[in-house]
Design a protein around this ligand. Structure first.
Ligand code: SF4
Length: 706
């Protein structure tokens, strides 16, 4: 069996005579910031992890969620050896009762035998590699889903990563051509900053100093969010639409910007398609109509439009929160029309940023080995329950889960549990700790963590490519994901060289593109510095200065592609399925709310949320409602409540406060054992089959009534 032991690199950062080595790495978590870090190593042990002060964007900072990384790595509950189930699937048993330790040879052999049998009897489509965003890197994570070469060769089911941002990407493609964004650093030159559906201070905190510089220069900062997050509380103006009504608010703003004569006629004439038709379509979207739909005072919409028109260029930050509903893709498409009307795409400091991923220009298809085979079908990860319970032709018979904790993160968690409980389903989970998902695993494989493996990370909030070098040897029997898949290929007697590339060879493959070659960026260059500005985003980065990558080469207010795809020639508003309604009390006396689950201050998604350290640091889960709603529901502050609907329920402590607008219940996501997502429907958004986490109607009652 070929193995690739990690080669510990030298000391590119410092050699200070202390015997310490300082290894540059990067955070792999599903967070826009893409922090660069430095691990201090002494006598083969990682003694310290801190932010890399040389990084241009993250500038020496990490976040309180990641600062204890090395403590998590040494947590006594960390998985250290492969395990095989010896008891029934499901929660309740201690890991030592549910599993027995086995060797890597046994574990890989058992997986290979089972996969081979499934391929020979049902066909490879019955195997579903289920990758999450626990690591968003290119080598070990989900940016190019690790294992892709093996999966392409085998022809197993494809995995559609739909849990986060897909709808917004699709929506922006209809208007902008791609979701490439302005350089977030250029916000310092903005005339006005609008943050739409992002709790930046918590979920994109390294961007905030740039926003602050714009604010110090006089740029008003506006936040659009149904919840008065920490970021909203720091804004000059906070507008709180009902969840899922973002497109209605945006259409009202477009109407007002046009009515106030604030459009940039020259940009519209030179760089857009269909302005006149669009302008006619928004005539009915007066501030009164828009305000009625989204629950905002018309005067606030008029004033907001005036603020935008008076202060362009507009730097618009779109967060993922605003597209997690039935028509999230359409909402992103409509919102993108605002900077187009103002001509802000043409100005330094103006434009829109949803993700900065587009110009990274890596050789993803080569790294994924797309030439090795085709996938017979693609399964959406947010349809896990349905795919496990209802799918045939063929049914899913094997699941290999990595970087994912679907029992916490997926919609309709109770049905996910039912699906994972199938006795005929063979489930492998690659993990760092036991999770609520390993409760359903047949085989658990212990994974390396970021400082123990080679990785390449991008960011979706800056334009620097980060190299993560392994700082120490893996503990126990932990293996990298790549090594696990190499061993699996060997056990399945697949000897194509592409299935046995070392991690360094994958890294070299990723950099093997014309822009990187032309810029002279090689593995050695990247190793030398730890990060580089991506070559397709020179400073200043003006992604649309040569035109928009649409069929017309212009920003498309009207889109034939959108019309052909059933989304309408013009950007429009379609009501969410459940959300966007005023609070109501039903005939049984239950008060109903739109539930929003924002990013937690204590953990990224569900990563590390089950560790003792995080549990001791974070408050118990809460749900916040407005005082008017609390009075109507007869609920009191700090009371235990049950939040539910016909899909499921969970318990939390009630907080009464104005952070939630009337009709909205605000909680945070990622908690282990809380099952927020048991209330969320497993339903697709309009574009890209995205999850609809914020299109969720729930009741709240006292716990002793629930
Ligand atoms: S989670 Fe985000 S802010 Fe925290 S260290 Fe990682 S990239 Fe930086």
């Amino acid at each position: 069996m070929t193995t690739h032991p990690i080669s510990i690199e030298g000391n590119p950062v410092s050699a200070d005579g202390s015997g310490d080595r300082h290894i540059v790495g990067s955070c792999p978590l599903d967070c826009p910031d893409g922090c660069s870090w430095v691990v201090t190593v002494k006598d083969g042990a990682a003694t310290k992890l801190r932010g890399n002060p040389d990084h241009p964007f993250t500038a020496g900072g990490l976040c309180k969620k990641v600062n204890p990384w090395l403590r998590h790595a040494k947590d006594p509950n960390r998985l250290m050896q492969p395990l095989r189930r010896v008891a029934a699937k499901g929660p309740g048993l201690a890991p030592s009762e549910a599993f027995e330790p086995i060797s890597w040879e046994e574990a890989i052999g058992e997986i290979a035998d089972r996969f081979t049998t499934i391929i020979e009897t049902t066909g490879p489509a019955a195997i579903w590699p289920f990758a999450g965003t626990g690591n968003v890197g290119f080598i070990q994570g989900s940016a190019v889903p690790v294992g892709s070469r093996l999966w392409n060769r085998l022809g197993v089911s494809g995995h559609h990563l739909t849990i986060c941002s897909v709808s917004g990407h699709f929506g922006l493609r209809y208007s902008q051509g791609e979701s490439a964004g302005m350089d977030p650093e250029d916000v310092v030159d903005a005339g006005v900053v609008m943050i739409w559906g992002s709790n930046t201070l918590v979920a994109n905190q390294h961007w905030w100093p740039f926003v602050q510089r714009a604010a110090d220069g006089g740029a008003p900062v506006i936040v659009i969010d149904p919840v008065a997050t920490r970021t909203a509380q720091r804004a000059d103006l906070h507008v709180a639409p009902r969840p899922g009504t973002d497109a209605a608010l945006a259409l009202g703003l477009c109407h007002e910007i046009i009515a106030q004569g604030a459009v940039d006629q020259s940009f519209l004439a030179d760089s857009t398609l269909g302005y006149e038709e669009f302008a006619r379509s928004v005539e009915p979207w007066t501030a009164a109509k828009s305000g009625e739909v989204c629950g905002v005072e018309p005067e606030a919409i008029v004033e907001l439009a005036r603020l935008l028109g008076d202060n362009a260029p507009l730097a618009l930050k779109l967060g993922q929160g605003m597209q997690r509903h039935a028509h999230g893709g359409q909402a992103a498409r409509v919102v993108s029309c605002i900077p187009a009307l103002l001509g802000s795409f043409a100005d330094l400091g103006g434009g829109l940023v949803y993700s900065t991923d587009a110009p990274y220009g890596l050789n993803r298809s080569g790294a994924a080995g797309r030439h090795l085979g085709r996938r017979p079908r693609y399964l959406a990860m947010t349809n896990l329950a349905g795919n496990l319970l209802d799918l045939d032709d063929p049914p899913v018979e094997a699941l290999i889960v990595h970087g994912a904790n679907p029992v916490v993160s997926n919609p309709d968690v109770d049905r996910v549990r039912s699906g994972l409980s199938r006795s005929d389903l063979f489930t492998v989970v690659i993990e760092i700790f036991h999770t609520e998902t390993t409760d359903y695993a047949d085989i658990v494989l212990p994974s390396t963590m970021q400082h123990e493996q080679l990785e390449l990370n991008n960011s979706f909030a800056h334009l620097y490519l980060n190299l993560n070098r392994p700082a120490i040897e893996p503990p126990g029997q932990c293996l990298s994901h790549t090594e696990i898949f190499r061993r699996l290929a060997t056990a399945m007697e697949l000897d194509e060289p592409e299935l046995h590339l070392s991690d360094e060879e994958v890294l070299a493959c990723l950099l093997d593109t014309e822009p990187y070659r032309a810029a002279g960026i090689t593995v050695d260059v990247l190793k030398d510095k730890g990060w580089i500005r991506v070559p397709e985003a020179p400073t200043p980065y003006r992604p649309f200065s040569q035109g928009f990558p649409t069929p017309s080469g212009r920003f498309e207010f009207v889109s034939e592609r959108a019309e052909d795809d059933g989304f309408g020639r013009l950007p429009n508003y379609r009501a969410p399925v459940e959300a966007g309604r005023p609070p109501t009390t039903d005939e049984t006396g239950k008060r109903w709310f739109d539930l929003i689950a924002i990013g937690s201050d204590g953990h990224i998604n569900s990563v590390f949320a089950g560790t003792e350290l995080v549990r001791s640091r974070t408050q118990a889960p809460t749900v916040v409602i407005h005082p008017l709603d609390a009075a109507a529901a007869g609920l009191g502050d700090r009371q235990q409540v049950v939040i539910g609907n016909d899909r499921g329920s969970f318990q939390a402590t009630l907080e009464i406060g104005a952070a939630a607008r009337p009709g909205v219940a605000a909680t945070s996501k990622g908690w282990w054992g809380m099952a927020v997502n048991s209330t969320v429907a497993e339903r697709d958004s309009d574009m890209g089959r995205g999850g609809v986490f914020h299109d969720n109607r729930v009741w709240i009652v006292a716990a002793d009534e629930g």
